[in-house]
Design a protein around this ligand. Structure first.
Ligand SMILES: Cc1ncc(COP(=O)(O)O)c(C=O)c1O
Length: 400
């Protein structure tokens, strides 16, 4: 009898965290490393939000709160959904957890039975398939290649749905590609879902505010109100508010689902951090001008990286609509050998050789379910990005 659970045997540790860890180890050993693998903004938490956290400690808001969040934060989230997404949620349709990750996990844990299928377009955020496996479900991966700009088409969605499908996980702008669905593209998908009333939508809107060049963000329940009763609209403070360490994610959804998610949380972690919840109220209700300032930097960095990568023979890099990632295709580099003698059979070989030979840490595409590619997180300084691009150019020029 195995000591460890069978459900865990199918789960891989997060590859993004593994690469970030390896890069940190090399750095500690004295190597000159440029880390482009971490999925978090390089900006500090805005001052007014941090101060609200300090004020919460000083005011003694340091005790347990209601299991799935304070009423102040639920009110602020309802106001946010109405303001940004034309969605009317009541506080009893809101849940708050320790990060978006826990929201997604709670929802899957609360709903999946053995054999239930979850449609996941690839490339996907690394945790989706593993969470589905951990909760006893079956991920159904749908490859969305560069030709459709890494986006799911209506025909692909229709083909992927079976009587066992419970959820579609939808993520726009996407980690790892930065691709954002236009309203028309999203409407074409929601039209398909209207034909399958047994399928629910888990919309991961974590990168909502990181949208560039006038891209209009929209979310499924907003585009198709008929889906409201079977959509979980997930969002959080981590990315746009630069609060990755504070651990606050939230969602709006039908009460029956929200109640079930509360049950999961009540028997696992209880409430998310009381101090972080108070800071999040200040974040959601306060000024948002910092987002435009941050996005200006992100657009500049995105343009720099896309231009430099596309100038390299064998690399093709679409310009994404949002998030802070690019996901270049490296089909043209496969089968070559690096100056250090590493044969490029896979994108993992590419990322490993790039790290070992040049000190640039990126995440290989296989981790996100679509190869051969790699992901760059450009949430770092312009200088570091320029230097990283120079090293990637030199590395690629040395391939034979
Ligand atoms: C697409 C996506 N969803 C969810 C999360 C989880 O965010 P959090 O840090 O709030 O748990 C991330 C974080 O990287 C993400 O990229």
């Amino acid at each position: 009898m195995s000591f460890l659970s069978n459900s865990l045997s199918r789960v891989k540790p997060s590859p993004t965290m593994a690469i970030t860890g390896l890069a940190q180890e090399l750095q500690a050993a004295g190597r000159d490393i440029i880390g482009l693998s971490a999925g978090e903004p390089d900006f500090d938490t805005p001052d007014h939000i941090a101060r609200a956290g300090i004020a919460a400690i000083e005011a003694g808001k340091t005790r347990y709160t209601a299991v799935d969040g304070t009423s102040e934060l639920k009110q602020a989230i309802c106001a946010k959904f109405a303001r940004d997404n034309d969605l009317t949620y009541h506080p009893d349709q809101i849940t708050i957890s320790s990060g978006g990750k826990q929201v997604l996990f709670n929802a899957l844990k609360a709903t999946l039975n053995a054999g239930d299928e979850v449609v996941i377009p690839a490339p996907y955020w690394v945790s989706y398939p593993d969470m589905v496996e951990m909760c006893g479900g079956t991920p159904v991966i749908v490859p969305c290649p560069i030709e459709t700009r890494f986006k799911l088409t209506p025909a692909q969605l229709r083909n992927a749905i079976t009587p066992k499908t419970k959820w579609l996980i939808f993520n726009s702008p996407s980690n790892p590609t930065g691709a954002g669905y236009t309203r028309a593209e999203l409407q074409a998908l929601t039209d398909v879902l209207l034909d399958f009333p047994h399928v629910w939508v888990m919309s991961d809107d974590m990168y909502e505010h990181l949208a560039f060049d006038g891209f209009e963000f929209c979310t499924p329940a907003q585009v198709e109100p008929q889906l409201f009763e079977r959509t979980l609209t997930v969002n959080g403070m981590s990315k746009a508010y630069c609060m990755t360490g504070w651990r606050i994610g939230y969602a709006g959804g039908p009460k029956v689902l929200i109640d079930a998610m509360r049950k999961v949380q009540s028997q696992t972690t209880s409430n998310p951090c009381s101090i972080s919840q108070a800071a999040s109220v200040a974040g959601l209700n306060g000024p948002h001008d910092f987002i435009a300032r941050h996005n200006e930097a992100f657009v500049r960095r995105r343009n720099l990286v896309v231009a430099r990568l596309n100038a390299i023979d064998g690399i093709a890099c679409p310009t994404p609509e949002g998030a802070f990632y690019v996901y270049p295709d490296i089909s043209g580099l496969m089968g070559k050998t690096s100056a250090g003698g590493k044969f490029m059979a896979t994108d993992e070989d590419f990322a490993t050789a790039l790290l070992e030979e040049t000190g640039v840490a990126v995440v290989f595409g296989a981790a996100f379910g679509l190869s051969p590619n790699f992901r760059i997180s450009y949430a770092t300084s312009d200088d570091a990005l320029a230097e990283a691009c120079t090293r990637i150019e030199t590395f690629c020029a040395g391939l034979t």
